[in-house]
Design a protein around this ligand. Structure first.
Ligand code: GLU
Length: 338
């Protein structure tokens, strides 16, 4: 069997032979070594606090359905979750309202506008999708109206449940976003004017800036991804975090809209639902199999982590993770474990 074919059957092998996770560790280390010297890309600088982070960290983590986490490199260094939060607040809203009512707040249509565009879908007068700022702020506004003053602590609690440990947020990055987030405030006022929500804009933005400032590691992202892969149940703690419909819906939108203007290329090359953030995180989900978390803060012109994308593409290729890869062994991995 050639090496690639052998790797591609590895994920299914792990279900019957846990010792093969060591082989998965070796592959992950190899990918890390392959891209370690790649220092292309720039830090996000439109949030001053983000322009000051150490640029060269690089960590990869895989969250397995057994709850085991394979962590390589800087996988325990905390960074701000930024836009990756959008996928999880969306899943929260879906859980609270269901898909039909959520569709009255935000669409599911990919948009080719930049993530921070100040405009709505002209047909529906709603944000295009929850992965751009208009949609994410609409989701946060709706959570504020459903949860009141407790909205942020509830968000932190649900994110912590998905990560399997208590998370906190970075006060400095939060302040930095508060001081400079004028576009996001403009979006908040647009949404309020369009009656997408009726909450005080400053209060909604406070929650949104805090949710973006939640600190995670690549290992946390791997477990958060594994929670979605594992049908909404955290494989580390066994806790049910999201309902089945919410997971299916959130993963669908992550597949089509999760990687800013690089979403189409990503779907073809990597073929996984994913979300990136300008803090340098990339989270990818191999449905019913594993969660992948990568941290590397240097970004390309679309705002996606350069090494984050290379890492996911390499792992997808070597392990046959692409959703439409003929050698993706898919849900057989979890057979007997659900
Ligand atoms: N807090 C950032 C913003 O709203 C998130 C951006 C991102 O990660 O795309 O501008």
């Amino acid at each position: 069997m050639d090496e690639t074919l052998h790797h591609r059957s590895l994920l299914s092998a792990i279900a019957s032979d846990p010792s093969s996770t060591d082989e998965l560790t070796i592959i992950t280390k190899k990918v890390h070594a392959q891209y370690l010297a790649n220092l292309e890309g720039e830090l996000a600088d439109y949030i001053p606090g983000l322009a000051k982070v150490a640029p060269d960290h690089y960590g990869i983590a895989l969250g397995l359905p057994s709850g085991r986490v394979i962590a390589v490199g800087d996988a325990e260094i905390p960074f701000t979750i930024q836009s990756i939060s959008k996928a999880y607040t969306y899943a929260m809203l879906l859980d609270m309202l269901g898909t039909d009512e959520t569709a009255k707040v935000v669409g599911v249509q990919p948009s080719s506008d930049p993530f921070n565009t100040i405009s709505l879908d002209a047909r529906t007068h709603l944000p295009f999708n929850p992965m751009v700022n208009t949609g994410a702020i609409a989701v946060t506004g709706k959570l504020r109206s459903l949860l009141g003053a407790n909205a942020f602590s509830k968000i932190l609690e649900v994110f912590s449940n998905a990560a399997g440990r208590p998370l906190t947020f970075d006060e400095n990055i939060y302040q930095s976003e508060q001081e400079t987030g004028h576009r996001n405030r403009a979006i908040g006022h647009l949404l309020r004017a369009a009656h997408v929500f009726d909450e005080p804009v400053d209060e909604v933005l406070e929650i949104y800036f805090k949710q973006c400032s939640i600190l995670v590691t690549a290992a946390d992202l791997a477990v958060m991804g594994a929670t979605l892969a594992n049908l909404g149940k955290n494989p580390l703690t066994g806790k049910k975090v999201f309902g089945l419909d919410s997971v299916r819906h959130a993963l669908s939108v992550m597949f089509t809209c999760g990687m800013y203007d690089g979403a189409g290329d990503w779907a073809c090359k990597v073929g996984l639902p994913a979300k990136s953030g300008v803090g340098g995180g990339v989270l990818a989900v191999v449905n019913r199999q594993i969660g992948v978390g990568v941290f590397s803060p240097r970004l390309d012109s679309n705002g996606n982590s350069v090494r984050g994308q290379l890492t996911c593409a390499r792992l997808a290729e070597d392990l046959g993770l692409h959703a439409f890869d003929s050698l993706n062994h898919g849900s057989s991995f979890l057979r007997g474990m659900l």
